[in-house]
Design a protein around this ligand. Structure first.
Ligand SMILES: NC(=O)c1ccc[n+]([C@@H]2O[C@H](COP(=O)([O-])OP(=O)(O)OC[C@H]3O[C@@H](n4cnc5c(N)ncnc54)[C@H](OP(=O)(O)O)[C@@H]3O)[C@@H](O)[C@H]2O)c1
Length: 249
């Protein structure tokens, strides 16, 4: 299994690629193979990433997910954040973790933060509305309470068994946000995968056994394994965690 080692010079190349200052460079470096498709994406590009335990959990039953990934898995997540225009999370991730969704473990820009809060559950007191970080966009249905959330742009969409992932991506693209990381939780990622909008799925596995709690991605049920998705996948060592880099489209 090949190791991902992101040197300062490789990271500088990736940031330049992200900013359109250089062209796509492929080749044998595992770091470029994993990150260049994200940094160099021109059209709409959706990366979903989930960090899970050996037993496929993403949190404890009480919602504690802070240390599911090891330090190198977390650095990987921060690299992915730095290479995209926007990061999307579901409302339960915000109410459970109160995350900042910023880039702290590597040098790089913070993505715009996007929360899917269909029914208007957020109070406006959550940290991302008050940390002077990157802009925040909240997607709600037309039926959600109309209280305005301070320091956030609220975009309303039709609720057709939830908010359409395609409509969310279109609205973001209209704002110039075309490279998107769907960071979780599992239900939010599942909606994007089921709708066929995820280009790459990164599953990082950390050597921890949680034993109970929410699973990684759960998709619409199938009867036969022959109907399972079998994406072209490359496997890398990040150090503390293993990365499955799956090409879904
Ligand atoms: N280990 C990791 O990588 C990781 C990453 C992030 C979060 N987490 C953990 O995961 C847990 C939360 O995950 P989760 O799956 O329960 O929640 P989640 O994905 O954060 O949020 C789920 C909520 O958002 C709604 N939602 C998502 N997409 C929607 C859409 N397109 N339209 C309408 N509603 C939509 C869901 O509605 P429906 O139920 O109707 O779909 C549900 O109410 C927390 O404990 C968090 O700490 C772990």
């Amino acid at each position: 299994m090949r190791m991902i080692d992101v040197t300062d010079s490789t990271w500088a190349k990736l940031l330049a690629l992200r900013d359109g200052l250089s062209s796509v460079e492929s080749g044998g470096d595992p770091a470029m193979r994993v990150y260049a498709p994200i940094a160099g994406a021109k059209g709409p590009f959706v990366l979903a990433q989930v960090g899970q335990s050996l037993d496929g959990r993403i949190a404890t039953p009480t919602g504690d997910a802070r240390d599911v990934s090891g330090s190198d898995g977390l650095a990987h997540l921060h690299r992915c954040r730095a290479l995209v225009d926007a990061v999307i999370v579901g409302v339960t991730t915000v109410t459970s973790d109160d995350p900042r969704l910023s880039v702290r473990m590597v040098h790089g820009p913070d993505p715009v933060r996007v929360v899917i809060d269909c029914h208007g559950v957020l109070t406006g007191k959550e940290r991302l509305f008050h940390d002077d970080g990157a802009p925040v966009i909240v997607f709600q249905s037309w039926a959600a309470p109309t209280d305005t959330l301070a320091n956030a742009e609220v975009i309303r969409l039709d609720d057709t068994n939830g908010l359409s992932p395609g409509a969310i991506l279109t609205a973001l693209a209209e704002l110039g946000l075309r490279r998107v990381l769907v960071e979780g939780g599992a239900r939010t990622i599942a909606r994007f995968v089921d709708a066929g909008h995820v280009d790459r799925l990164h599953v990082t596995v950390s050597p921890i056994i949680i034993g109970s709690g929410p699973n990684g991605i759960s998709l619409a049920p199938i009867d036969r394994l022959s109907d399972a998705k079998r994406p072209v996948t490359r496997v890398y060592s990040l150090g503390s965690d293993i990365l499955f880099d799956c090409r879904l489209r």
